[in-house]
Write a protein that binds this ligand. Structure first.
Ligand SMILES: [Zn+2]
Ligand SMILES: [Zn+2]
Length: 274
């Protein structure tokens, strides 16, 4: 069996017993759940959960798990004339979701923003013909189920296909990345940002944290680096990690304004007194 951590949704390599601990949840950016370390398998997940498919805009579909599982993020399928990319990943694509994806032209490759969303990536790569999984190389230590399909990239930006570019931002994780889709939002451009640039509940701003569940902020240099990394790209809309957490327009100004607000707050805190 291949154990899946209940709290973060990460699938581990084939094992005869559940591991003692999940390295991703024991990291300070995550947490071990109230009942201690718990495990499941894809078979169990299939029995109690299903996948919700939602068309976000032409050529962009999101997938989430119901009832919510793991961190609760969405995966996004971007359709281009040169094939489809699955951006970020979730623990379970049920049969109906897989049929939907097949009818939409399948998946040419996966690319993932950071290790919290690696989840069952190898499972779906195999399912679609051992397709490539693009991961930023600085986070390679967090791969819990290795695969020959994983391709680590280490450039500041990497062009994939269909005009798509992954952009290395750092921040939340050293290898944190976002995806630029230039033909999205009716040609105004879209960023898909996972947790690297977090769309927050007002959907008019974003934030940047080292740990979201444990409320540990990033420092100014890291936030500035994220903003600098996306600055050269044209975009209007931002799709964040979670269902309906989307900045529908003016995304570029939203990132600038949000970063400015954030930096003002952390600077006004002054020097630590501890
Ligand atoms: Zn975990
Ligand atoms: Zn995260």
């Amino acid at each position: 069996m291949k154990p899946i951590c209940v709290t973060c949704g990460t699938q581990f390599a084939e094992a005869s017993a559940f591991p003692q601990n999940c390295l991703i949840c024991e990291d300070e950016r995550q947490y071990v759940g109230l009942n201690g370390q718990e495990w499941t398998t894809l078979e169990q997940l299939r029995a109690g959960h299903h996948t919700v498919v939602r068309q976000e805009e032409p050529n962009l579909t999101s997938f989430t798990i119901q009832p919510s599982f793991g961190i609760g993020q969405r995966a996004l399928l971007v359709q281009t004339e040169e094939g489809n990319l699955l951006w970020d990943c979730i623990g379970l694509f049920d049969e109906a979701a897989l049929v939907y994806i097949r009818d939409s032209g399948g998946i040419r490759a996966l690319a993932i923003s950071h290790p919290h969303y690696y989840t069952t990536m190898v499972e779906w790569s195999e399912r679609f013909g051992n397709i490539s999984i693009y991961l930023q190389s600085e986070d390679s230590e967090w791969v819990m189920r290795p695969s020959g399909s994983i391709q680590f990239w280490s450039e500041e930006t990497k062009s994939l296909f269909g005009g798509l570019t992954v952009i290395h931002c750092g921040g939340h994780f050293p290898g944190g990345a976002v995806l630029h889709w230039p033909s999205g939002a009716a040609g105004k451009g879209v960023l898909l940002t996972g947790d690297v640039i977090q769309v927050v509940p007002d959907r008019r701003s974003v934030s940047f944290m080292w740990s979201y569940p444990n409320y540990i902020p990033l420092g100014a240099p890291e936030v500035e680096a994220v903003v600098r990394a996306v600055e050269p790209f044209a975009f209007d809309r931002i799709y964040g990690a979670f269902s309906q957490m989307t900045v529908s327009t003016d995304g570029k100004q939203v990132i600038r304004r949000s970063a400015e607000r954030y930096l003002n707050r952390i600077h006004s805190a002054g020097k630590p007194a501890l």
